[in-house]
Design a binder for this molecule. Sequence first.
Ligand SMILES: O=C(CO)COP(=O)(O)O
Length: 157
Amino acid sequence: MSEQRPKRQARRTLAERKRIALVAHDGKKDEMLAWAMRWRDELSRHQLLGTGTTARRISKELGLEVEGLMSGPLGGDQQIGARIAEGNLDLLIFLWDPFAPMPHDPDVKALLRLATLWNVPVANNVASADFMFHSSLMSESVEIAVPDANDWVSTRA
Ligand SMILES: O=C(CO)COP(=O)(O)O
């Protein structure tokens, strides 16, 4: 089988106000809450969304506006993946639990695959999330390279 991968890249601009997805597995939710508390002011400058339970807890306990999607096991990871494929997500903070097997492991893998494919910055633990949020790029408009979807289809059709 010949390997297929996008041959051309396009550009996408992440605005100053970023669309940030917040996702934490149950064993990581308290860590997520503590991290989000430390970065509350910065988070309030962006557009937030998250899987159901994570989003609900952050908005309830921190008073931030967070769009709640489905809970992860009910399809929330897939919804975030769809936002990525449509170019509607800029950053992903995903505190996944390396000790807990999940019924929706395939969805988790699919989300991480799409984030990698579409060059979306991902933080998988608190230290990475701190590095990300300390970056001056958080308050700037940033151009990133993404696969050229039109070229991909044209060369295959
Ligand atoms: O399971 C999740 C991500 O895979 C998170 O879902 P909840 O935020 O609804 O707990």
